[in-house]
Design a protein around this ligand. Sequence first.
Ligand SMILES: Nc1nc2c(ncn2[C@@H]2O[C@H](COP(=O)(O)OP(=O)(O)O)[C@@H](O)[C@H]2O)c(=O)[nH]1
Ligand SMILES: [Mg+2]
Length: 179
Amino acid sequence: MVTITSKIVICGDFAVGKTTFVKSFLGGEVLEGYKPTIGVDIGKKVFDIEENKLIFQIWDLSGQQSFQAIRYQFYSRTDGAVLIFDISRRKSYQNILSWTEEMLEQTGLIPVVLVGNKIDLRDQTTDHVTTAEGEELSKLITQQTKIQTPFVEASAIQRYNNLTPFISLGKMILQRHES
Ligand SMILES: Nc1nc2c(ncn2[C@@H]2O[C@H](COP(=O)(O)OP(=O)(O)O)[C@@H](O)[C@H]2O)c(=O)[nH]1
Ligand SMILES: [Mg+2]
């Protein structure tokens, strides 16, 4: 049994639901800190995964600061990432690969989970991103990270699959820790 602290960054376009997602994961647990200079909220949650203790430190972009200016501090010493797009906004899906590229440049090869959020809007959106398209994208990310990237459809608002991405990521981080 081990206790490890891991820094997780949450990436994706504006308004895809990053903050809502993080809040629904953290539940009642308090935010640990705030880095106003770089526009980042940091949350903390302790999770038991397969008899190990994982202390998640979640970094969520909160400000409107230009991505270029803050990315170094934001990405420094990152152990894993949750990449989020909005299934009702195709542009946010198309932008995921540039998020991935920019991130991996700074972090090196780290485990990633891809999330298609706002699945509750699927029936109301004609041009929504399909499950197959999400899975296709996760394969492309797998090629980049060299680590199997799961794809999870979720609804942060309805708390559907709001824990799954973090548990998957936690398991991937523990596996790397062991090997
Ligand atoms: N329908 C729906 N709306 C969501 C969901 N998650 C977030 N939102 C809404 O999307 C908007 C942007 O969410 P926010 O978490 O601030 O996005 P961020 O800019 O990525 O941090 C807000 O109005 C949220 O209430 C979801 O799963 N379903
Ligand atoms: Mg936000």
